[in-house]
Design a protein around this ligand. Structure first.
Ligand SMILES: [Zn+2]
Length: 360
């Protein structure tokens, strides 16, 4: 059980989220307001009645189709630059309210562009401008990651990557491969990610979530990835574990999402402690706060409650996430240092977790 003191401490912690999708973070109240204004048909214009259509509920079966189904309604919403700017601003505000100090926000230009046939590069510019303004207002740092779906055509990926490169000076730091793992191999996207890497973008690949550890290996060997989105199934194969450890691959774990998508059967079976025992670098993230009805504090509390994480272990995960951010090295070092100082001031010190030091 979590005490009130623990809850207050977690709330106060300066946080880092490396894996949060813009499209999965939209306030329900905003959806209703935008739908009314633009005459977008909705199953209901009441937030509570709408909720099960766009958010995982206790009654939803835990599987990929149900989870992804919650996004299907959303592609109708991106009708104007102002809507894209507004949802971006609100996502940054919500993160700041949860004391996220550094948010690496990913978004899918094709999703934002397709309904109105906007050029993808324009949508990247709208997100970049709104994120920069909101970040300055809220006292939070935001880096952007352009996301590509593996179940969408290669030409889309190429256009999105080029749009990302054109906005490097405006906050785009990385490229992500998301979408359906089953039936859509990552390999064809190798050249796109190689180009992005050569141009200096950070790479993160969703893998080992709905398919096995072979996809984690593929992402490391053929997509030049720095980080893996989820990757929870890596623990099934010792050779892939060894490869990830040798390369220093960082895993972006999202506990609630991993249960809701069926990537792990129940939270108690989540391999987050295995990742720790195996000396793999993991971070704790939200994925889709609005779809899952969570904030990052909830995920920290969850691992405290279910796996006995101490504040010191959270500190390690937070500093590890800052160190694995796609920020330029100087900015990254400054972020790590400021988080360290803030946690020192809160009395959250490194109390360690012996297994991570002792190896296998
Ligand atoms: Zn994701």
């Amino acid at each position: 059980m979590i005490s009130d003191d623990q809850r207050a401490l977690v709330k106060a912690l300066p946080k880092v989220d490396l894996h949060r999708h813009l499209e999965g973070s939209i306030r329900l109240s905003t959806l209703v307001e935008v739908a009314r204004k633009h005459h977008i048909p909705l199953p209901s214009y009441d937030v509570e009645t709408l909720r099960p259509n766009v958010q995982m509920t206790a009654n939803d079966p835990r599987n990929l189709d149900r989870f992804l189904g919650k996004f299907s309604l959303l592609r109708n919403f991106y009708r104007s630059p102002d809507i894209v700017r507004r949802i971006t601003r609100e996502v940054v505000e919500d993160a700041a309210a949860d004391r996220v100090r550094y948010l690496e926000l990913r978004f899918t230009p094709y999703a934002l562009a397709s309904r109105m046939h906007f050029p993808m590069a324009d949508t990247v510019g709208w997100v970049a401008d709104a994120a920069r303004e909101a970040a300055a207002e809220c006292g939070i740092q935001v880096g952007l990651i352009v996301s590509i779906n593996r179940h969408e055509p290669l030409e889309v990926a190429l256009e999105a990557m080029q749009a990302a490169l054109r906005h490097r000076e405006r906050g785009v730091l990385g490229l992500d491969l998301a979408g359906r793992e089953a039936g859509f191999p990552a390999r064809p996207f190798g050249p796109v990610f190689l180009s992005a890497r050569r141009e200096g973008l950070g790479i993160t690949i969703h893998a080992g979530e709905w398919q096995g550890p072979e996809n984690v290996r593929d992402a490391i060997e053929n997509l030049y990835t720095d980080r893996i989105g989820h990757g929870v199934r890596v623990v099934e194969d010792s050779q892939t574990v060894a490869l990830a450890r040798e390369r220093g691959t960082i895993f972006e774990v999202c506990p609630t999402s991993n249960v809701q998508t069926g990537a792990v059967r129940e939270l108690a079976h989540h391999p987050i402690l295995d990742l720790s025992y195996l000396n793999l670098g993991y971070t704790i993230n939200t994925d889709d706060p609005a779809i899952s009805n969570i904030e990052l504090s909830d995920e920290y509390l969850l691992v405290m409650d279910v796996f006995g994480f101490t504040p010191g272990m959270l500190r390690q995960a937070i500093l590890r996430a800052a160190s694995a951010s796609f920020l330029p090295p100087g900015d990254r070092a400054a972020l790590v240092e400021s988080l360290r100082m803030e946690m020192d001031a809160l009395g959250v010190l490194e109390d360690g977790f012996p297994a991570t030091e002792s190896g296998l």
